[in-house]
Design a protein around this ligand. Structure first.
Ligand code: MRU
Length: 373
């Protein structure tokens, strides 16, 4: 996607140094555009944990890149398998909720361990990393293609008025490699000349909506309006949103969806007011081994994310305190929305209901998890 007049992806292999992976460091957006070079699995771990990169698909690809970088620093060729298994466990522990992380690391590990020498491991790892990047871009493009007719259909009834779409957090290209998941149909509709307008919800505590979604929609020229998280119920009740589209960090077989904290409340309000609520779900965010959203591990993040807010003042980015000193804080980063509140999933294989049988209709190769009696 465009940043100014230059086309970017969120992560790329450094063209001159094969031991470097470059990423957009999202901690500084929208105030400053910075690129960070990652050299080691430890740097990749920190980039994921401290959210230099974030969003489920990008977390997965960055972790896969961490496995690739691990191949440039094995302690001893004889111990390489143990070293790689250790690095895989380490990278997987960076954040708990997005299933993309463990899936991507396991995928890399499987490919790498098939190769007999370190040289061949590096080649196999690089080849698979590039293939994975291409697949994730393709997933987003297809989600855009399948989601576009939903927006077109609403637009037909709006007599030239914009289709109002509410989204939460950032499930845009910054959360993926390109296009985004929830934003892909929106970008496609905008590019096709369909008038669209996006309600961008704040997304406290880290403000991914204000800071990232607003920034990337602006870069692409898509009309949007910022709203506080608390305004979303009102917007849905007043018929000011025609549909909701969000992303997901982990979708379970029964159609439950873990996504950024606050998604659940929006889904309840949408259901209560008859507003369609779609979740854009690439297959890399589906946990085929988990039957029920109740089992999804929910990340709890630092208390200071709630006590403070990052902003821009006097020419620099800085944190300001919002609450009495040392206030106790509970900071769950995700919640689980039951599939029954959702209208459907937009996947790279098409649209389905948020339920097991319809999901497996689109992905027939996946073996459903059988519960132990
Ligand atoms: O904590 P974050 O910023 O990583 O959370 C991101 C989200 O909740 C996104 O909606 C989700 O990862 C889907 S991204 C396509």
């Amino acid at each position: 996607m465009l940043v100014g007049d230059k086309s970017y992806q969120t992560l790329w292999l450094h063209p001159e140094d094969e031991q470097v992976i470059s990423v957009i460091d999202q901690r500084f957006l929208p105030f400053e555009f910075r690129v960070e070079d990652l050299h080691t699995p430890a740097e990749v771990f920190m980039a994921i944990r401290e959210m230099h990169v974030r969003g489920a698909p990008l977390i997965g690809v960055t972790a896969a890149a961490g496995m690739y970088l691990a191949l440039f620093q094995p302690p001893d060729e004889k111990e390489i398998t143990a070293w790689l298994e250790e690095q895989a466990l380490y990278l997987k522990s960076a954040r708990p909720t997005a299933v993309n992380l463990s899936m991507a690391v396991d995928r890399q590990l499987r490919k790498i361990l098939l190769a007999p020498t370190v040289e061949e491991m590096r080649a196999a790892s690089k080849e698979d990393l590039q293939a994975f990047i291409a697949e994730e871009i393709d997933n987003c493009r297809k989600i855009g293609e399948y989601g576009l007719p939903l927006i077109e259909e609403i637009s037909r009834h709006k007599k030239g008025n914009p289709v109002n779409i509410l989204t939460h957090c950032n499930a845009g290209w910054l959360a993926c490699i390109d296009f985004g998941t929830a934003t892909a149909p929106i970008y496609m509709a905008h590019d096709a000349g369909i008038p669209v307008h996006v309600w961008v919800s704040e997304t406290r505590p880290r403000n991914q909506g204000f800071r990232l979604t607003a920034w990337e929609l602006k870069q692409h020229g898509v009309p949007y309006t910022l709203v506080t998280d608390n305004a979303c119920g009102h917007i849905l009740q007043k018929g000011m949103a025609d549909m909701v589209i969000t992303g997901t960090d982990r979708t379970t077989l029964n159609g439950d969806v873990a996504n950024k904290i606050g998604t659940y409340l929006k889904a309840i309000a949408a259901k209560a007011n008859g507003v369609p609520f779609y979740v854009a779900v690439p297959s890399t965010s589906i946990d085929w081994t988990m039957d029920d959203g109740a089992a999804i591990p929910i990340e709890e993040r630092s208390e200071n994310e709630v006590r403070f807010a990052d902003g821009f003042a006097n020419g620099k980015a800085q944190a300001v305190r919002l609450a009495p000193l040392h206030s106790p804080v509970f900071n769950p980063a995700f919640d689980v929305t039951p599939g029954r509140l959702l209208t459907g999933f937009i996947t790279e294989h098409g649209i389905c209901k948020a339920e097991r049988d319809d999901l497996l209709r689109l992905f027939p190769g996946k073996v459903p998890y059988i519960k132990e009696k």
